[in-house]
Design a protein around this ligand. Structure first.
Ligand code: SAH
Ligand code: SF4
Length: 360
């Protein structure tokens, strides 16, 4: 089988080339072609010796996940549904803004953590994505979107906020992050690459030590009682332990604050009193808040908080000097929210399967 070079970070690629009898500096040359130029064809890599190009063409490939479907929203948001084999699909979403272009990528097919309001969680866990499948989302999106007038890729920021829990696929996530940061690959600044976690405390410490990037933590509740219900991993790493890990992370973080994500669920976690409790909870952690209006999906009983409730909640945080933004609901018309499109496809397969075995 051919070796997919997207599976290698700089270190692993140099080791692979050394094994082929090549000089390690060829890795830098190759990476520039793969990531800076976006070239998948060895034959086009003109400054690499023809003999090596031939060898690579035989033994290796540069292959991003297959695209099953692409959707374009009225507001310019673009979503790709990527086939990662054996009936699994994951998604990547591009969100263009005036000053930046952000790609949201996935780390796992499904997720084991089963947060009560998350459609990815409802699908259960399927498998970890490989390095090639993670970095391949960025490679593919860059390939599709192209460069701006200054010759830079349009994607300037990456957030790991798609499907899955990146810190439970730690090694592959870190290798992919290294490629995003590597000057010979995408060369993004650590501040422009964000990992979002539901709070896997030991892995947060490892990320701080091995590859600190901007960190977003999914908080969603002001106390353990409610968070245990919404984000079950809280039973293992409760708020006190989680917030202490946030403090430790900040010692090495590229930004001097943690972003707390907070999904707004009507009548569940959106009262003014809960906002006050939240202010009290995060008192000692330098942070910003990102309020996410809940994105409904078919099998959920939750509802999105009203704009008024979100505004009132935000006011309480702002009055306590916590910078708080409300996430715009972009790409609603193409269900460009966590796990939704992939959810639709999976549901269909599940339903077909059930039909074929006579369940429905
Ligand atoms: N597993 C990681 C990253 C992926 S989820 C995490 O949980 O942080 C990215 C963000 O989307 C998280 O904050 C998650 O809680 C939120 N989210 C999940 N389902 C959602 C929904 N239906 N509506 C709004 N936000 C949702
Ligand atoms: Fe997994 Fe994040 Fe969804 Fe929770 S919110 S189930 S951790 S993807």
């Amino acid at each position: 089988m051919q070796q997919n070079l997207l599976d290698f970070d700089a270190h692993a690629l140099a080791a692979y080339l050394t094994e082929m009898g090549e000089k390690p500096f060829r890795a830098r040359q190759l990476m520039r072609w793969i990531y800076k130029v976006g070239e998948p064809d060895f034959a086009a890599m003109t400054d690499i010796a023809a003999a090596l190009r031939d060898k690579l063409a035989q033994s290796a490939c540069i292959t991003a996940p297959n695209v099953m479907r692409e959707e374009l929203s009225d507001d310019g948001t673009r979503k790709w549904l990527l086939n990662v084999g054996t009936g699994n699909a994951v998604e990547a979403v591009y969100i263009p803004e005036v000053t930046r272009g952000t790609l949201c990528i996935s780390s796992q097919a499904g997720c084991a953590l089963n947060c009560s309001f998350c459609s990815t969680g409802k699908q259960g866990f399927n498998r970890n994505l490989s390095v090639a499948e993670i970095i391949g989302q960025l490679w593919w999106a860059n390939h599709q979107l192209g460069k701006d007038a200054e010759g830079n890729w349009k994607i300037s920021n990456v957030v790991m906020m798609g499907m899955g829990e990146p810190l439970l696929n730690f090694d592959n996530t870190v290798s992919a992050l290294r490629l995003m940061l590597d000057d010979h690959a995408y060369g993004l600044s650590r501040r422009r690459v964000t990992v979002s976690t539901s709070g896997i405390v030991p892995a947060m410490d490892r990320l701080r030590d091995e590859c600190p990037v901007a960190l977003a933590v999914s908080l969603h509740a002001p106390n353990d009682k409610l968070r245990d219900e919404l984000v079950p991993i809280n039973q293992k790493y409760p708020l006190k332990v989680l917030l202490a890990a946030c403090q430790r992370y900040l010692e090495r973080a590229p930004r001097d604050f943690i972003t707390f994500e907070y999904v707004m669920l009507e009548g569940v976690n959106d009262s003014v009193q809960q906002a006050r409790e939240l202010v009290n909870l995060v008192r000692d952690v330098p942070c910003k808040f990102n309020l996410i209006p809940f994105n409904p999906f078919p099998q959920t009983h939750y509802r999105r908080s009203s704009p008024d409730a979100i505004q009132r909640f935000r006011d309480v945080l702002m009055q306590a000097d916590i910078v708080t933004t409300t996430r715009k609901t972009r790409g609603d018309d193409i269900a460009a929210a966590c796990g939704q499109l992939a959810g639709q496809v999976q549901d269909k397969t599940k339903r077909n399967l059930q039909r074929s075995v006579g369940v429905v």
